[in-house]
Design a protein around this ligand. Structure first.
Ligand code: IPM
Ligand code: MG
Length: 362
């Protein structure tokens, strides 16, 4: 048996409900794949602010460092919305990413054939979409200094700084090219080099790194036209690599193309060997605690954990297959129903149970 310790930070809103289903799925597959998983639960985000006055305690970072992987739910909610950015729930998430050195955020957006009709784009446009956004996660505007607010000459001003050094660009670019090698061998680098020096540096460095991967094709795409192409012809993209803020925005767009943000998982990886796994969706406070959230993004994030942190490829595939089978059998959480569709929707717990039942049948 391989002993595995996973730190669980379920966070706020629907975070705890969807994370619970992901844990139960991990429990369900573990034994048969030689894994003995121990979960250790901690607070993050608003829940941690309420209990400890800070969105993430140092102690939790230490526990995460001593673990193999972190399973995260979501952070934030209206209760903490009026707080300044420096103390908000989101700070807990940004801090754990930064402190664990998780510079590479992988956000796959694939269309499950059973859900193609749930997309707001026409089925013939979304059919065959299978792309991976590789988002730089610990640099750029999110972390650049100087930052902050001030009063200058009697006026309020605020500033953030977009800054990258070449090493940060090299390492994320390598992640993208390595990923492309296992896929359709095409990388699109997204930038704003017609305006930003930072983007010009990215173009230069990405071109240099690309020379190490002669088997992978590279295109550079301006971020505004990429946003347009994603809704016009999303199937053209394989791997998209980009800086932090562009990646934040484009990954939500890519998610919506697939029909539901409720389906998309993510992995955040770094040099330290610890991975953090979280659904791309947020804390959805409007539906929290009602057992109507879609746990599939969290469950698919658990599959990414099995794959990237534990090397349990067969187990990961079984989880993905179980999710596909449940959808193909016609089960839908509320977010996946089409407007006017009469089908009865499945709650959060019931959806998790359906996935586990499929896993047990194998
Ligand atoms: C995401 C989220 C976060 C981000 C927020 C909650 C800080 O939007 O993971 O995409 O901007 O990175
Ligand atoms: Mg986002």
């Amino acid at each position: 048996m391989q002993q595995v310790r996973i730190v669980v930070v379920a966070g706020d809103g629907i975070g705890p409900e969807v994370t619970r289903e992901a844990q139960l799925v991990l429990d369900a597959v573990a034994g048969r794949h030689g894994l003995a998983i121990e979960f250790e639960e901690h607070l993050i985000g608003g829940a941690s602010i309420d209990a400890h006055g800070t969105p993430l305690r140092d102690e939790v970072i230490e526990r995460a460092r001593a673990s193999q992987a972190v399973l995260l739910g979501a952070v934030g909610g209206p209760k903490w919305d009026a707080m300044p950015v420096s103390t908000r729930p989101e700070r807990g998430l940004l801090r754990i990413r930064k402190e664990l050195g998780l510079f590479a955020n992988l956000r796959p957006a694939t269309v499950f054939p059973a859900l193609a009709a749930a997309s707001t784009l026409r089925p013939e446009i979304v059919g065959g979409v299978d792309l991976l956004v590789v988002r730089e996660l610990t640099g750029g505007l999110y972390f650049g200094e100087p930052r902050g607010r001030a009063t200058e000459n009697g006026r309020r001003v605020a500033r953030n700084t977009m800054v990258y050094d070449e090493d940060e660009v090299v390492r994320i670019t390598r992640v993208a090219f390595e990923a492309a090698r296992g896929r359709r061998k095409h990388v699109t680098h997204v930038h704003k080099a017609n305006v930003l020096e930072v983007s010009q540096l990215w173009v230069e460095v990405v071109d240099e790194v690309a020379k190490e991967y002669p088997d992978v094709a590279l295109a550079h795409q301006l971020v505004d036209s990429c946003a347009m192409l994603l809704v016009r012809d999303p199937a053209r993209f394989d791997v998209i690599v980009t800086e932090n803020l562009f990646g934040d925005i484009l990954s939500d767009e890519a998610a919506q193309i697939t029909g539901s943000l409720g389906m998309l998982p993510s992995a955040s990886l770094g040099a330290g060997g610890i991975g953090l796994y979280e659904p791309v969706h947020g804390s959805a406070p409007d539906i929290a605690g009602q057992d109507v959230a879609n746990p599939l993004a969290a469950i698919l994030s658990a599959a990414m954990l099995l794959e990237h942190s534990l090397g349990a490829h067969a187990a990961a595939q079984q989880v993905r297959d179980a999710v596909t089978a449940v959808l193909e059998a016609g089960h839908r959480s509320a977010d996946l129903l089409l407007p006017g569709e009469r089908r009865e929707s499945v709650g959060c717990r019931a959806m998790g149970e359906l996935v586990r039942k499929r896993l047990m049948e194998r």
